[in-house]
Design a protein around this ligand. Structure first.
Ligand code: UD1
Ligand code: CA
Length: 455
């Protein structure tokens, strides 16, 4: 049946147990708000449109999702899941299939949803259920003597026999829009919570001659909801474990998949090795034979083939060329571009720094707003003084130049190709190619000097 899909994502609840000023569905999982994961699964379905039902802290939620391909419906008062879906009714398209999802059930997959949608037609409503060892708290699936689904009974309204049922309602269902519009107004709040239960739709549909087609998710974690921070942390681990598995399938070795975190995307070439406790954020691209040491943090990093990143290194919005070696304890800030075979050693900070092929900054330096040619050697303790208190200025160092240890390069300044700066110099005027510049004071030696004695 080729109908468009209108996806209604319920997110109006207060989320009291999170104890948070932020709407529950905006709490991040894998670095993205939970509701965005739901939207991503929804948007992966063909001819689908999403409507988020907001209520509690609606402005905050709508603002956070501004610019996304999503419409909003407001539920003025949280009077139950059926009332929440009713808020979206005016925005539904004619003769669509309506799929109900939850902003706090973040791991639902597009594949499971596609299977569920395939069961829906004018004779059938699609319901996603799951078998749980401990069904406490969930609505139970009640079947008739032929095994057909007859109703859903909420925990608080269930008899002891019904409580023993282990097949539960995930809350996710799909139904033709005209049937939803006809049945929804028939739902009342005659129950233990005085709420309008969307689950009552099942009994009403059966009474109207609509059969219930049950689908189960590929994985039970797909239908787990988040009510508190402990459940959020649990799903975070499930999510991270999936990403680690995907990365290994793509050809990377992870020293410990349980200590791998990815808040964004990572692509890898062949034979990448990632040691324990590495965190990726944003969009990262790693080439072939890349090694990332323990405890590194990469944000929007592009890493070429054969690069070694040693432990405790932070790389943000930077590009690292083939064969470079970085770290341990290096910090590459945005705009760092390292050509092939470069070296950045321990306690080196770079920012908007471009290094030509084979250049080295091995120890204890700050190089910012700088362009270095090829085969430049920057000694330990070198500082580019790029900031005069008001503006930033550039340092340019030519090919093959040698900067002695503990030098201060006061920008704007140029050190020509092949030039040498003597150790301990403060260079505030440009140095011509191949010259030696040094500003350190001449050493004084007092021969036979006697230390003072205590009086
Ligand atoms: C619901 C189902 C239950 C199912 C369970 C699965 C109903 C009546 N019960 O119970 O059968 O086993 O989910 O997790 O549907 N919401 C609104 N507006 C409201 C009420 C709720 O937007 O007025 C949203 C909440 O933000 C939440 C979701 O709907 O995201 C579910 O509501 P909640 O009250 O948590 O339902 P459960 O009691 O978990
Ligand atoms: Ca409830």
């Amino acid at each position: 049946m080729s109908r468009a899909t209108d996806i209604v994502i319920l997110a109006a609840g207060r989320g009291t147990r999170m104890r948070s000023a932020k709407p529950k569905v905006l709490h991040p999982l894998g670095g993205r708000p939970m509701v965005e994961h739901v939207l991503a699964a929804a948007n992966a379905l063909p001819d689908a449109r999403s409507i988020v039902v907001s209520g509690h802290a609606a402005e905050q939620l709508e603002q956070a999702l501004a610019g996304r391909a999503v419409a909003f419906a407001r539920q003025a008062e949280q009077r139950g899941t059926a009332d929440a879906v009713a808020a979206a009714l005016p925005q539904l398209r004619e003769q669509s299939v309506v799929l109900v999802l939850y902003g706090d059930v973040p791991l639902i997959s597009a594949a499971t949803l596609a299977r569920l949608l395939a069961t829906v037609n004018t004779e059938q409503l699609g319901l996603l259920t799951v078998e749980l060892a401990d069904p406490t708290g969930y609505g139970r699936i009640i079947r008739d003597c032929d095994g057909a689904v007859a109703a859903i009974v909420e925990q608080k309204d269930a008899s002891p026999a019904e409580l023993a049922v282990s097949e539960v309602n995930t809350g996710v269902l799909a139904i033709c829009s005209e049937q939803l519009a006809a049945l929804l107004p028939q739902i009342d709040c005659d129950n233990a919570q005085r709420e309008y239960y969307l689950t009552d739709l099942i009994g009403l549909a059966v009474a109207a001659g609509i059969a219930i087609a049950v689908t189960q998710p590929d994985r039970p974690s797909e239908v787990e909801g988040v009510n508190d921070r402990e459940q959020l942390a649990r799903l975070e681990r499930v999510y991270q474990s999936r990403q680690a598995t995907a990365l290994m399938a793509a050809g990377a070795t992870l020293a410990d998949p349980a200590r791998y975190d990815q808040r964004g995307s990572v692509t890898v070439g062949e034979d990448v090795f990632i040691d324990a406790n590495v965190l990726f954020e944003g969009d990262n691209r790693l080439g072939n034979n890349v090694t990332i040491g323990a405890n590194c943090h990469l944000i929007d990093a592009t890493i070429g083939d054969d690069v070694v990143i040693k432990s405790h290194t932070i790389i943000e919005q930077s590009q690292i060329g083939r064969g470079a070696v970085v770290g341990p304890f290096a910090r590459l800030r945005p705009g760092t571009v390292l050509a092939s075979d470069t070296k950045i050693g321990n306690f080196v900070e770079t920012k908007k720094a471009v290094l030509g092929r084979g250049s080295k900054i091995n120890h204890l330096s700050y190089v910012g707003d700088a362009v270095l040619g090829e085969q430049v050697n920057v000694g330990a303790g070198t500082i580019t003084c790029n900031y005069d208190g008001v503006n930033k200025h550039q340092t340019v160092i030519g090919d093959g130049a040698f900067i002695g240890s503990n030098s201060a390069l006061v920008a704007p300044v140029t050190v020509g190709a092949g030039a040498t700066v003597g150790a301990g110099s403060t260079i505030s005027r440009s140095v011509e190619p191949d010259n030696l510049a040094l500003t350190r004071a001449k050493q004084t030696v007092i021969k036979g000097w006697k230390k003072p004695t205590k009086g």
